[in-house]
Design a protein around this ligand. Structure first.
Ligand code: TMP
Length: 225
């Protein structure tokens, strides 16, 4: 094989999954981790918020539908607190051990939800963000793109399937359709500015079909041996 055709190894790579609520990314993250393990890779499967013991406490505060008094800035800082703890104690150590890290949501979610969705200015965090978060960027991000209406229908089906009679399971479910449209546009904007890192995967097909698409694209990018 010539040098120009050599693909980088999947070992030590940081892979993230993103998309609006109900797009099916958690299922795909799990499927990809499983496939890589079957190939003999050491995979760290994690998520945000909630990838550490402290993060799990932050997650329940963040998603509690009772916390409707939470300000947008408080919300932003809690997501960042979760991320910094996760990076310091879980993600960076795993990457240093050359494990493949698969993370269900990462900083793109903050750009999409808090910046585009809530209208907050992340640039004001400047140096802090650069040093604590942006110094570790995903190598590849799968953006599972789905129309808001379809995604919301899936969420309602999921809640009904769990026997819930509450129309919501997370504080973010109350945010409204326009909010989720802004979040989706946020992901489109990130994809537009970093098309090499963020790959758009239409999320309308069935699980196995999407899984096969991702695996196929992944094997074009990386040496999976
Ligand atoms: P999940 O259901 O995909 O685990 O995500 C939980 C919720 O948190 C989801 O509605 C998206 C939201 N979220 C943000 O608003 N900002 C963030 O930075 C992250 C990681 C998630």
């Amino acid at each position: 094989m010539t040098a120009s055709k050599e693909k980088p190894t999947i070992r030590g790579k940081f892979i993230t999954f993103e998309g609006i609520d109900g797009c099916g990314k958690s299922t795909q993250a799990r499927r990809l981790a499983q496939r890589l393990r079957q190939q003999g890779h050491k995979v760290l499967e994690t998520r945000e918020p909630g990838g550490t013991p402290i993060g799990r406490q932050l997650r329940s505060v963040l998603l509690d539908p009772g916390n409707d008094a939470m300000s947008a800035t408080c919300e932003l800082l809690l997501y960042l607190a979760d991320r910094v703890q996760h990076l310091d104690t879980v993600i960076r150590p795993a990457l240093q051990r050359e494990e493949t890290v698969i993370c269900d949501r990462f900083h793109d979610a903050t750009v999409a939800y808090q910046q585009h969705g809530r209208g907050l200015d992340l640039a004001s965090l400047g140096g802090f963000l650069e040093k604590e978060v942006l110094s570790t960027t995903p190598d590849t991000t799968w953006w599972l793109d789905l129309e808001v209406e379809l995604a919301q229908r899936r969420i309602q089906q999921r809640i009904r399937g769990q026997g819930g009679n509450e129309p919501r399971e997370s504080r973010l479910d109350d945010a409204g359709r326009e909010f989720h449209e802004r979040v989706r546009s946020g992901y489109a904007a990130i994809h537009g500015s970093e098309p090499g890192r963020m790959v758009r995967v239409p999320a309308t097909g069935d699980e196995a079909e999407i899984d096969a698409t991702i695996w196929n694209l992944l094997s074009q990018r990386y040496d999976l041996r």
